[in-house]
Design a protein around this ligand. Structure first.
Ligand code: PMP
Length: 432
C-alpha cells in the first residue's frame, strides 16, 4: 500500500530504521512513488532528476515504454519455469544476441543469472574449471559484489568487507593504475609480477579480473595500453582475462562493452545492471570452449535468466538500436565532461573530471591538492543536491568522487537542468 499512503519521507525513514537492519545503507532519505525516464517523484510529491539511475541500471531510463510493454507481454505468457527445467526461446535468443555483441574473433557462449555478484561468482567457477587452477588476481579499489567470493575480490575494505571475513583463499590484489595518484601502468603491471614472486606462481593463477572503468572505486579508467598489456601477460601465462562490465556495460561508455575501445577481447565478460533496464538479470559471456568447461548441472539457478529479465534485456537491445543510444552515450559524455570541466576551472576543489563515454565523475579535494580527498564536501554536495532536486551518488576509495549515471535517454534539457542543480549545490556545499 506504500504507493498510495500519505506518508512523508521522514515517517517512512522511521519505519525503515525500525524494521530493516542498518547494514542496508541508503544514500538519500527519499522514498519514491514514481519514476519516468530521468525523473522520479517522492511520497511528498517532490520531483527529482535522477543522475544515479539505480546505480548504473537505468541507461534506458525509468520504465522505458518498450521495456514495460515487453515485460507485460511476457507476464501474459509465463513468468517462471526455471530454465533448467523447462526452457524458453527468449533466453536462447538473448544468448545469441550477446554472443554476437561480445568482442573477440572466436565462438562464444552466454548464460544468465540474477545479480552481478552471481555473474562474477560464476565467471570464477568457469575459469577454475577450465584452467584447473585456483588463484585469482583482482585490483585495488575494485568492486565485484557482496557474496563471499566477490567480497574477497573487492579491493575496498570499508564498508563492504568489515566484519565479514574470512573470504575464500587464493585471491590476490594487484594495483590498479591511477595516474592522478601516482600509480603508472608500469607500476600496476609490476604489482602483478610481484604477486607471481611473493604469493603464487603464475601457472597456478586461473584468472585476472578487471573493471575497464572502476565503478564503486571512483570511475578510474583503465588506460587502454594497460588492458592490452594485461591481455599479453595473461596469454603468456595461460591465465584467463575476465572483464567485469557490470557497471560499464550496456552502452554506458559509448560502446556496448567498455573494453571494446581498447581492442582487447577478454576470455570472459560479466554483465548485469543496465542490460535489462531495471529488471534483475545478469550474464556471463565468453569463449565457447571455456564456457563449456563446467559439466552439465554445474551452472544455473532457480531464477537465473528469468523470462521477465530476458524479455526486458531483448527490449533494451532493440531500444539501443532504434534510439542510437551508443552515439547518444558518446555525445552525452562530451556534454557532461565539457560542463564539469568548466566548473572545475572555477573551483580548485575539483581535482579531476574523468570518465569514458557517459560514465563521468568528478573528484573532490581540499586545498586544491588531489592528494587530500574531501569526503565531507562530497557528502555535503550530494545532500545539497537532493535538496535542490537532483539525485547524485558518490563513490571512490576515499568517498570523494561524485559519479554521474544519468539515463542515456534523458533529454539535453533535463541533463542541463541537473547540471545547473549540481553547480548550485556545490556553491552551497562550499559555503557550509
Ligand atoms: N561488479 C561491478 C563492477 C559492480 O559495479 C557491481 C555492483 N555495483 C557488482 C559487480 C555487483 O553487482 P550486484 O550488486 O548486482 O550483485
Amino acid at each position: 500500500m506504500s504507493n498510495t499512503t500519505q506518508a512523508t519521507n521522514a515517517a517512512l525513514m522511521a519505519r525503515r530504521r525500525a524494521a530493516i537492519p542498518r547494514g542496508v545503507g541508503q544514500s538519500h532519505e527519499v522514498f519514491i512513488t514514481k519514476g519516468e525516464n530521468a525523473e522520479v517523484w517522492d511520497v511528498e510529491g517532490r520531483r527529482y532528476i535522477d543522475f544515479a539511475g539505480g546505480i548504473a541500471v537505468l541507461n534506458t531510463g525509468h520504465r522505458h515504454p518498450e521495456i514495460i510493454a515487453a515485460v507485460k507481454d511476457q507476464l501474459d505468457h509465463y513468468t517462471h519455469t526455471c530454465f533448467q527445467v523447462l526452457a524458453y526461446e527468449p533466453y536462447v535468443e538473448l544468448a545469441e544476441r550477446i554472443n554476437a555483441l561480445a568482442p573477440g574473433n572466436f565462438d562464444k557462449k552466454t548464460f544468465f543469472l540474477s545479480s552481478g555478484a552471481e555473474a562474477v561468482e560464476n565467471a570464477i567457477k568457469i575459469a577454475r574449471a577450465h584452467t584447473k587452477r585456483s588463484g585469482v588476481i583482482a585490483f585495488t579499489s575494485g568492486y565485484h559484489g557482496r557474496t563471499m567470493m566477490t567480497l574477497g575480490l573487492t579491493g575496498k575494505v570499508v564498508p563492504y568487507k568489515v566484519g565479514f571475513g574470512p573470504f575464500p583463499g587464493e585471491i590476490f590484489h594487484a594495483q590498479f593504475p591511477n595516474a592522478l595518484h601516482g600509480v603508472s601502468v608500469d607500476d600496476a603491471l609490476a604489482s602483478v609480477e610481484t604477486i607471481f614472486k611473493n604469493d603464487i606462481e603464475a601457472n597456478r593463477v586461473a584468472a585476472i579480473i578487471v573493471e575497464p572503468v572502476q565503478g564503486e572505486g571512483g570511475f578510474n579508467v583503465a588506460p587502454f595500453d594497460f588492458l592490452q598489456r594485461l591481455r599479453a601477460l595473461c596469454d603468456q601465462h595461460g591465465i584467463l582475462l575476465i572483464a567485469d562490465e557490470i557497471q560499464t556495460g550496456a552502452g554506458r561508455t559509448g560502446t556496448w562493452f567498455a573494453i571494446e575501445q581498447s581492442g582487447v577481447a577478454p576470455d570472459l565478460i560479466t554483465m548485469a545492471k543496465s542490460m535489462a533496464g531495471g529488471f534483475p538479470i545478469s550474464a556471463v559471456v565468453g569463449r565457447a570452449e571455456v564456457m563449456d568447461a563446467p559439466a552439465p548441472g554445474g551452472l544455473g539457478g532457480t531464477y537465473a535468466g528469468s523470462p521477465l529479465g530476458c524479455a526486458a534485456a531483448l527490449a533494451v537491445l532493440e531500444i539501443f538500436e532504434k534510439e542510437k543510444l551508443l552515439q547518444r552515450s558518446q555525445a552525452l559524455g562530451q556534454r557532461l565532461t565539457r560542463r564539469l570541466q568548466t566548473l572545475a576551472a572555477k573551483h580548485s576543489v575539483i581535482a579531476d573530471v574523468r570518465g569514458l563515454g557517459a560514465m563521468v565523475a568528478l573528484e573532490l579535494c581540499k586545498n586544491g591538492d588531489a592528494h587530500q580527498p574531501d569526503a565531507d564536501l562530497t557528502k555535503r554536495l550530494c545532500a545539497e543536491a537532493t535538496k535542490q532536486g537532483l539525485i547524485l551518488l558518490s563513490c571512490g576509495t576515499y568517498g570523494n568522487v561524485v559519479r554521474i549515471l544519468v539515463p542515456l535517454t534523458a533529454s539535453d534539457a533535463i541533463v542541463d537542468e541537473g547540471l545547473d542543480m549540481l553547480e548550485a549545490a556545490l556553491a552551497t556545499a562550499l559555503q557550509a
